[in-house]
Write a protein that binds this ligand. Structure first.
Ligand SMILES: [Fe+2]
Length: 351
């Protein structure tokens, strides 16, 4: 029967790469295999809560290797899990932008720009983990040539030339919504974040606008001995630990128990649609996680993202507005007492 077709999943099958499907995945341990399109090894990662629009890819660059030239009509936000190298992006006028990355770098591939990744080390592998909106784009057009061999140029997506060198533009909005517009962040472990105490004392964050894309990315920090407030929203926020250690609890309203996801560097999970989730730092240092999604503060794209990020509660978004006020955040005084008790138990294991 010729029904129920998912052109994205058909495409992945045709690529012949491993597909890892799970609730959460530890990206440094994902097994990869040759990916002819890229000329290096790779894998696709499909999280339970990835929603309709988003998927992840892992690429392995052997020492000294380069990926085959690519261009595509979907957005891609790349995180460097390990290794050092560079990426070259072609401009429409024939010039190029090159930038050097290392562990914890984050960058975007501007829409439909030709690019290549290079491993700059002669001895160490490099592993890249990217979040893409290819499912949305392939399921929209279901024509691979249109998506992978399209000559249209989006010159405006390249942004300022210095956006490839780690420079950017700070755009103040309000705590929790301050934005940094750039194409490249050298180290997510080092970039300065902004305070957001409403999410929990000592909490910090920063939103990124990368290559003026619709993909969302933000970085969040919680101090040692602390945790964030619980909240919920639609699917496809991919939460990945970039520093520290801890765990997250997830539950649907009315569930008798929590689902627990322990995380450390490189663990990623995506809270499924409307599932409450809460992040806990059990380490001795601040913990940071990156969240990527489709639909951002600048371009929410869906009503669900608009509500989550900006339109509920006095503009700060449902993710930061108490459920008692019509939002989707559970204040500390309203949370189940089991949550804090469990946190103390987990801390006791480490200290
Ligand atoms: Fe969330």
């Amino acid at each position: 029967m010729d029904i129920g077709i998912d052109p994205y999943l058909e495409w992945v099958k045709g690529e012949g790469v491993p597909v890892i499907e799970d609730f959460g995945v530890h990206l440094p341990e994902v097994a990869t295999a040759p990916w002819p399109r890229y000329g290096v090894d790779g894998a696709a990662v499909h999280l339970k809560g990835r929603g309709d629009f988003v998927s992840m890819f892992v690429l392995d660059l052997p020492p000294g290797a380069a990926s085959a030239p690519q261009r595509h009509l979907y957005e891609e936000v790349v995180y460097v899990l390990s290794g050092r190298g560079s990426t070259t992006i072609e401009r429409g006028d024939g010039g190029t932008h090159s930038f050097e990355w290392g562990p914890r770098s984050l960058f975007a591939l501007p829409l439909n720009s030709a690019y290549r990744h290079f491993n700059g080390s002669g001895s160490a592998r490099a592993r890249l983990a990217s979040t893409t909106n290819l499912p949305a784009v392939l399921n929209m057009f279901h024509n691979e040539a249109f998506v992978f061999a399209n000559p249209f140029r989006f010159d405006e997506r390249l942004g300022e030339p210095n956006h490839f060198s780690g420079q950017g533009r700070f755009i103040p909005v309000r705590p929790g919504q301050h934005m940094w517009e750039t194409n490249f962040i050298p180290d997510l472990g080092a970039i300065e974040l902004k305070s957001w105490d409403e999410r929990g004392k000592g909490s910090k964050n920063l939103m990124f606008i990368l290559a003026d894309g619709t993909m969302h990315a933000h970085l969040s920090e919680m101090q040692a001995g602390s945790y964030k407030k619980a909240h919920r929203h639609g699917p496809d926020f991919h939460v990945m630990c970039v520093r520290g250690e801890g765990y997250s609890l997830l539950w649907y309203e009315g569930d008798p128990d929590f689902r627990k996801v322990p995380w450390r560097y490189g663990t990623v999970f995506a809270p499924p649609d409307r599932m409450f989730h809460q992040h806990f730092n059990t380490g001795a240092h601040p913990a940071r996680y990156l969240a990527t999604a489709f639909g951002s503060l600048r371009y929410p794209f869906t009503e669900s993202k608009r509500r989550a990020l900006m339109s509920a509660g006095e503009g700060q978004g449902a993710v930061a507005t108490s459920v008692k006020l019509g939002g989707d955040q559970i204040e500390f005084e309203d949370q189940s007492p089991r949550i804090h008790a469990l946190y103390l138990e987990e801390l006791a294991k480490n200290f």
